[in-house]
Design a protein around this ligand. Sequence first.
Ligand SMILES: C[S@@+](CC[C@H](N)C(=O)[O-])C[C@H]1O[C@@H](n2cnc3c(N)ncnc32)[C@H](O)[C@@H]1O
Length: 287
Amino acid sequence: MATSGSLPPPPAEPEPWSEKDFTPITVFLRHQIGITLESHRMGLLQARLRSRLQAKSYRSFTQFHEQVLRVDPNGWGAQLLIDLSTVNHTSFFREPAHFTFMTERVATWLKESPSQPVRIWSAGCSSGQEPYSMAMVLLELLGPTVAQKVEIWASDLSLEMLKAAAGAIYTTRDVQGISPPRLRRFFLLGRGPREGSFRVVPEIRDMVRFRHIDLRNPVWPVPGDLPMIFCRNVSIYFSDEERLTLLHRLTQQLRPGGWLVMGNGEILPEVPANLRKHSPSLFQKEG
Ligand SMILES: C[S@@+](CC[C@H](N)C(=O)[O-])C[C@H]1O[C@@H](n2cnc3c(N)ncnc32)[C@H](O)[C@@H]1O
């Protein structure tokens, strides 16, 4: 049936930078990247993304979605979303009892098998404070022979965090909980334009091997048969199902009797049958 009169107006474009304009990005995040954010964190992501995109002269979230995410779903746009949507809070010697526990275990293992190097993995290392804290306590324990006896592997999903971690430059605020003797021994004071900053000394930096790893990916380029893995405050990003899969895979990555260290505040309703809970954050693989 023919209709008379003018064509209906095309559907209105969503208002730039509005909730509706952001919808395709929410869908991309969920389906392509596997991140579902709570509404307050989604609001924060929107604000951060808007300011980054405006600085690059984008005019709307839709434009970014059409011209960047759809064209290359694994490119810089996706990485920017990952960097902006993950919470990277960390600190030196966070949850200090874990570092005491690690030091005691390493001392025992090296006494039992002095020629076998101990490998420890900091999975979800953020800007590096966790693996560098490990390196500091182990250097204190083992002295200059530490490099032959210990390997520290550290990984994160966020390239921005890994870049910060490898740079190892921290602010006064970042180092404020560190004791003066450790500060003197393990940090170099910035000079000139770097005045007021602290850089981890090369001796400690060289002990850590950084890798870019998404823990949801099927392959993890780190050694297996590990005696200890720290995966603290990372599983908060995972659904219950993903968290259980993660725990199974981390357990597989451990040697029998190896230890998994999680964050003190993490709620783990379920753990694999071959993982024994010693405290809310310490788990040991059977065997
Ligand atoms: C809150 S920080 C914890 C840092 C450190 N483990 C600690 O407890 O101080 C969480 C880190 O996990 C990383 N992360 C989130 N999802 C991840 C994933 N799927 N794979 C690897 N790292 C992830 C984030 O980029 C962030 O740097």
